[in-house]
Ligand binder design. Sequence first.
Ligand code: COA
Ligand code: ZN
Length: 301
Amino acid sequence: MSDRDVRIYEVGPRDGLQNEATPIPTGAKLRFIGLLADAGLREIEATSFVSPKAIPQLADADALMAGLDRRAGIRYPVLVPNERGLERAEAAGADAIAVFTAASEAFTQANINMSIGESIDAFRPVLARARDLGWWTRGYVSTAFGCPYQGEVGEAAVVGVAQELIGLGIDELSIGDTIGVGGPADVRRVVGALTASGIGVERLAMHFHDTRGTALANVSSALELGVRCFDASTGGTGGCPYAPGAAGNLATEDLVYLLDREGLTHGVDLDALLVAARHVAGTLGRPLSTKVGQAGGWRVP
Ligand code: COA
Ligand code: ZN
């Protein structure tokens, strides 16, 4: 990868839909994933193998994976919280997983009913098995910029859990602003602390929610620090039932527009992406509310 290449890691089918009240048919999710692939996305987080009681919206994970039209060159990671989730992912033919914990104890407890230390212990056998299978692995560090229960989160807490995940052999870390409270100075503080602790910037992805409109400013800041992977959700959906106050993820279409203006390459076609964005908005029965979703790309008259 050249320094001009950026990876866009699409989380719409998972983070985007997990908190929606409207039931979404598996077929509509599969169509969404197909449209995302058509638009050029090469990493599409498909679903979660978590407790169906915790996330009812993704209770169709097994059926979704069975119906997935897997295309060559595309990675379809799935979320896995424990060994049970890994077994389900394996049976479903997954080859890339994401485990997830957080930088604050209160959120981790609410989200996965474990302490941070317990989550690391739970992931150890999961990641060992994934490594034996030759799978790609990612670890989410949620609430890295603020916790809905505890408030401010210090960068030392982020570095602590990030180092634990690196110690388990994780390929990539996704550092999350789960409730969308951080700004560019926080990005410099957190990414600076992670790299100062010896974690290479190429191991980092940033996961911003646009709750307070800071997501693109944060991307810009992270780009300057050398980060080249960003999570985003087409249509700007997203949130977590265990993160009160979280609004949508950074919209993939807004990210693509910014990257295009920066002259960075990412392989995604904006017009095709907007087809996927309209599909998801239509499925949810509401207008597309993202900036670029409304304005479209810029066409010089
Ligand atoms: N897949 C399916 N079911 C699972 C499961 C998995 N990976 N892991 C546990 N379960 C089931 C158990 O069988 C049990 O079912 P039962 O009540 O019918 O007997 C139930 O879930 C509780 O299992 P337990 O092992 O006691 O876990 P828990 O209640 O402590 O919950 C998690 C822990 C991690 C399973 C649960 O909190 C969870 O799935 N969280 C995911 C949250 C999430 O995805 N958040 C959004 C992403 S940031
Ligand atoms: Zn998120």
